[in-house]
Design a protein around this ligand. Structure first.
Ligand SMILES: *Cc1c(COP(=O)(O)O)cnc(C)c1O
Length: 359
């Protein structure tokens, strides 16, 4: 038995997909599985999202890993391909590509392919990362339409920069610009990530692209998943490996960054940044032991963290399970304590952690 464990609740995953579909009942679902399904296990998660209409990943390798794992649903490459030599691989593996740059358009036009590719044209409506400029849209669209290497049905998409904040007018501006550009075009439209799905119902379009919410985590500012009815899929745990007595004013851990005002006990737990726990989690970041919250103290080290348990010796013993995040402790809250976002914490869980899939 390994100490650190990520329990992945596949029933919660399916329930989250169901809820997503209920929020956008007229849209097809492209479930986003990039970065090892946000740290949850790429193929396993795909196998348990049978009700999704398609999958999306960020890298060709991720798509190929899904195919090797026996996944046959349509797969969309969110950044498209990176080299003209990828194109035959896309065709051979039935991968659909986003086109966001002139280099991709030219590569498609010049390729010698046995069959046409399915293309999603990405328009930059204000994110200013990937996508063709609004004034270039018509030009790209007509060139794609003319290319024998592009399948008849071209999809149109854009991506929101600030959809997590329902008070920010940027999302409405992006939607309005997109609507103006595509008006009169009968192509399928795709705009919303999780925050768009939850916060901006008018953006749902023909296809939605949920990522984070499928894993039960809120994409909205200062929210946690269960406020939207989502259930956390990952439960990250470890065990107490020692109970240590420290006297008042004895400095604890690397750099001696913390000391207690009075004599106290620490539970030393088998989890650290080597498992993906954030080293910058602040003093007092909660963990849960036997349904009670305690705060971490001192520096997070590679393999261990100290937890101040005061004089609760009757409540805690070596071998007790410790929840780092999960149903009793939202990962959104830990992200705030570490000055980051839940996306990063989930992606950062390392292979040293043992994964267990439950239903
Ligand atoms: C990652 C990603 C998504 C999913 O975003 P969530 O916030 O996790 O729902 C959707 N679309 C694009 C283009 C992405 O890169």
């Amino acid at each position: 038995m390994r100490l650190a464990s990520a329990e992945i609740n596949l029933t919660a995953l399916k329930e989250n997909l169901k809820l997503t579909q209920q929020l956008a009942p007229n849209s097809k679902v492209m479930a986003v599985l990039k970065a090892n399904a946000y740290g949850h296990g790429l193929v396993k998660i795909a196998q348990h999202l049978q009700d999704a209409d398609a999958f999306a990943v960020a890298r060709v390798d991720e798509a190929l890993a899904l195919r090797t794992g026996g996944i046959t649903k349509p797969i969309v490459l969110l950044e498209g391909f990176f080299d003209p030599s990828d194109l035959p691989i896309l065709l051979a593996n039935n991968l659909q590509t986003i086109v966001h740059d002139i280099s991709q358009l030219e590569a498609i036009e010049q390729a010698n392919l046995d069959a046409p590719l399915t293309v999603w044209l990405k328009i930059d409506t204000g994110m200013h990362r990937l996508g063709v400029e609004p004034e270039e849209f018509e030009h790209f669209y007509s060139r794609l339409k003319r290319s024998k290497n592009v399948a008849e049905q071209i999809h149109l998409m854009t991506h929101f920069a600030c959809a997590d904040d329902t008070k920010d007018s940027k999302t409405q501006e992006q939607q309005t610009l997109f609507d103006t550009l595509v008006s009169g075009n009968s192509a399928p439209l795709c705009l919303a990530n999780s925050a768009g799905i939850i916060g901006w119902p008018s953006s749902h379009g023909n296809w939605i692209r949920p990522g984070l919410m499928l894993y039960g985590v809120s994409p909205m500012l200062d929210c946690v998943g269960n406020q939207h009815g989502l259930q956390p899929v990952m439960r990250l745990t470890t065990k107490v490996i020692a109970i240590k007595r420290v006297k008042a004013h004895q400095a604890v851990g690397y750099g001696g960054r913390w000391q207690s005002e009075q004599d106290t006990y620490l539970a030393v737990i088998g989890m650290g940044y080597g498992d993906g726990y954030p080293r910058h989690a602040k003093q007092g970041t909660p963990v849960v032991i036997r349904n009670k919250r305690y705060g971490i103290v001192g520096s997070v080290s590679m393999d261990m963290i100290s937890v101040n348990i005061g004089n609760n010796l009757d409540d805690i013993a070596v071998g007790d399970e410790v929840e780092m995040w999960g149903p009793h402790l939202p990962v959104e809250e830990i992200a705030q304590c570490a000055d980051t976002i839940a996306y990063e914490l989930l992606c950062n869980v390392t292979p040293r952690v043992s994964y267990e899939y439950i239903t």
